[in-house]
Ligand binder design. Structure first.
Ligand SMILES: [Cu+2]
Length: 378
């Protein structure tokens, strides 16, 4: 009889919990839907001024500086977030990964961390459920007051240790892989965070800098690109070869982050960070500044366009870049003499004060660097 009662009580408890979970899910989707209504309005508001001069500059740039290079179209978009409305499950997961480290990390999350979390949580929840139901006051049962059971104590010490070791091995492996030093022949690209846009410098190819601003949302959508992620000038890189990505902050701390490439690196004034990046497939990968850096922090997305080597070289040439043997020296000068490039274009080396002219500057340097890609060559 008590067993039947216990089962009935468990059933009530489970039903109650299910109802609670349903309630939470409903409120969550309500919350998820709310920004959808509000976002376009605020985004249009915030990007209003940028839209006015940004549009003209973009058209001009596209017309006169691209040369023979043709950018990848929207069908090449691979790295971008999934909205809850499109796919509730996928929206809670990591983005698809396009680097070895990313695949490794995703594997670790899927096959090690998530199972461990789920099994331990379920086990603890089950024990709690048993205790709550079985030893509730109405039932009048007395729980055992056993203490000091050697076997139990050894087991609950050893088992967690084994679990931690099972997690630590792949975890430390991943950490070490992320710190791998770029090989000597890696192609250097320097991402400079400005308030509030990105600049991409190619010191090995003559030191030209590409200024990258967010596209106004309506324009992005009309081109089939994601709103608030699409930019006027992407960071174009060769696919399948090691890249030495350096980050630098021209004014405040920014963070260069692209989730689908498993890449996040702070861009700090007065300090050059670098990390190895090798992209597996051609495509377009989106990211965002991930360090709260000021009023328009949310409007400085990152777009990386990875293309085969020959097409990348084509793009470099269209930007006025070169593949000379003076690459080494230009890189050294670029880092040590940041102020020398301030000839109309923003300083390639990004001295802390070089771009400190408020939020209105982005379109002006865009013209300069687009019309004459070699402008900022040292
Ligand atoms: Cu930022």
């Amino acid at each position: 009889m008590p067993i039947a009662a216990t089962i009935r009580d468990i059933r009530h408890l489970v039903l109650g919990l299910l109802a609670l979970a349903g309630l939470m899910l409903a409120s969550q989707s309500a919350f998820a839907a709310a920004p959808d209504v509000a976002a376009p309005e605020t985004a249009a508001e915030a990007s209003g001024e940028a839209a006015a001069d940004g549009e003209a500059a973009t058209d001009k740039a596209a017309a006169d500086a691209e040369g023979s290079y043709e950018h990848l179209g929207p069908e090449w978009i691979k790295g971008q977030p999934t909205s809850f409305e499109d796919d509730p499950w996928k929206s809670t997961q990591f983005q698809d990964q396009y680097t070895d480290n990313g695949n490794y990390a995703k594997w670790m999350n899927t096959y090690i961390l998530t199972p461990v979390i789920v099994v331990i949580s379920a086990f603890v929840f089950f024990l709690l459920l048993v205790v709550v139901v079985r030893y509730r006051r109405r039932e009048g049962r007395e729980p055992s007051r056993t203490t000091h059971n050697t076997l139990v104590e050894v087991v609950w010490t050893i088992v967690p240790v084994l679990i931690l070791i099972a997690i630590a091995v792949p975890s430390i492996t991943l950490l070490a892989r992320q710190y791998e030093t770029p090989p000597a022949d890696a192609i250097t690209i320097k991402a400079t965070g400005y308030q509030w846009y990105w600049g991409y410098t190619y010191p090995d190819q003559g030191g030209f800098e590409v200024i990258s601003n967010m596209l106004p949302e309506e324009e992005a959508l009309s081109r089939g690109l994601p709103g608030q992620l699409a930019v006027d000038n992407r960071m174009v890189v060769p696919v399948g070869v090691p890249l030495r990505i350096q980050t630098f902050g021209a004014d405040v701390i920014h963070s260069f982050a692209v989730p689908s490439l498993w890449f996040k690196l702070d861009a700090i004034p007065g300090r050059l960070n670098e990390r190895l990046l090798t992209i597996d497939e051609p495509g377009i990968y989106y990211g965002q500044c991930s360090e709260l850096c000021g009023a328009r922090h949310a409007y400085m997305p990152i777009a990386i366009e990875a293309v085969p080597m020959d097409r990348w070289r084509q793009w470099v040439l269209s930007k006025g870049g070169s593949f000379g043997e003076d690459a080494e020296t230009s890189e050294a000068m670029d880092i040590q003499a940041p102020a020398s490039a301030a000839d109309g274009a923003p300083a390639a080396g990004g001295a802390p004060t070089a771009a400190d002219d408020g939020g209105t500057a982005p379109s002006a340097p865009l013209d300069a660097s687009e019309a004459d890609g070699a402008q900022s060559t040292n």
